[in-house]
Design a protein around this ligand. Structure first.
Ligand SMILES: [Fe+2]
Length: 267
């Protein structure tokens, strides 16, 4: 038989259902595409119902639209961290179906974009501020986005215990080293790191963790690991011997056309 609640249990139960607790206005959702191991991020302000999607995937457009509808949100922007080589962006499709703007980093070869994001530019979604941080090196037009000063969307520049490759799409290992060490590793250690991909089941890290444990940037075999030198990092990146992404021949030209060319080919 169930025992009656004691007085302290009653108190804690009423707290659980208490609706007067201060509400956090930011919605932050991490969404996953299994085929390309891509994370898409939905960021929105609950109070104004304005939303932004970062790095949407073409095959997941219906999922993203359903979530926007479920949460009663209006999509203002689709934002890319860079021109992807491993999946086709959902931006063109989402722009067509919602009227949102499709934004890409400055210098990206995408004449169809609605706008170009400059380094240090601030985007606002309701009361949420998103700062663009230039992080070239994986490609020659890559941005990370710092959301409200706490959540860093690192694209393919910095991954959890890894980093983006630098052997195609005008990649440059030295430039990536400078971007990460001078622009991302200077952020507070507590900053959350949310990458564009993960292949090992990780979802989030922090700048402090990556400075200490990322084997691309520190030699974790050493008893007191120090940051690798630029030269050491470039040598490591130049000798990874990775295979080409499966979709590169389709994805890059499609993404330079905001994802629309792939649809035309598929039909
Ligand atoms: Fe990439």
């Amino acid at each position: 038989m169930l025992k009656p609640l004691r007085s302290h249990q009653k108190k804690s139960q009423s707290k659980v259902f208490n609706n007067s607790e201060p509400e956090v206005s930011m919605i932050f959702r991490q969404l996953f595409d299994e085929e390309s191991n891509t994370y898409t991020y939905l960021i929105a302000d609950k109070n104004t119902s304005e939303a932004i999607l970062v790095d949407p995937v073409l095959e997941q457009v219906d999922r993203d639209l359903k979530l926007l509808e479920d949460l009663n949100l209006t999509l203002l922007y689709c934002l890319e961290t860079h021109i992807h080589a491993d999946h086709v962006t959902g931006t063109g499709e989402l722009r067509e179906r919602t009227g949102c703007m499709g934004l890409v980093p400055e210098n990206a070869h995408t004449p169809c974009a609605s706008g170009y994001v400059k380094p240090e530019q601030l985007l606002t979604v309701g009361s949420i501020t998103i700062r663009a941080i230039e992080t070239h090196g994986h490609t020659d037009s890559h941005m990370a986005y710092l959301v409200d000063g706490t959540h860093l969307l690192t694209g393919d520049a910095l991954l959890i215990r890894g980093c983006g490759r630098t052997d195609f799409q005008s990649g440059d290992a030295g430039e990536l080293y400078d971007s990460i060490t001078q622009r991302l590793f200077v952020l507070p250690d507590s900053t959350f790191v949310y990458p564009a991909h993960d292949y090992r089941g990780n979802t989030v890290s922090t700048i402090g963790e990556e400075k200490r444990l990322n084997p691309r940037f520190v030699d974790i075999e050493q008893p007191n690991p120090l940051l690798r030198t630029r030269q050491d990092f470039v040598y490591l990146m130049d000798n990874l011997g990775l295979p080409m992404p499966k979709k590169i021949m389709e994805a890059v030209p499609a993404n330079e056309a905001c994802g629309k060319r792939a649809k035309a080919l598929a039909n």
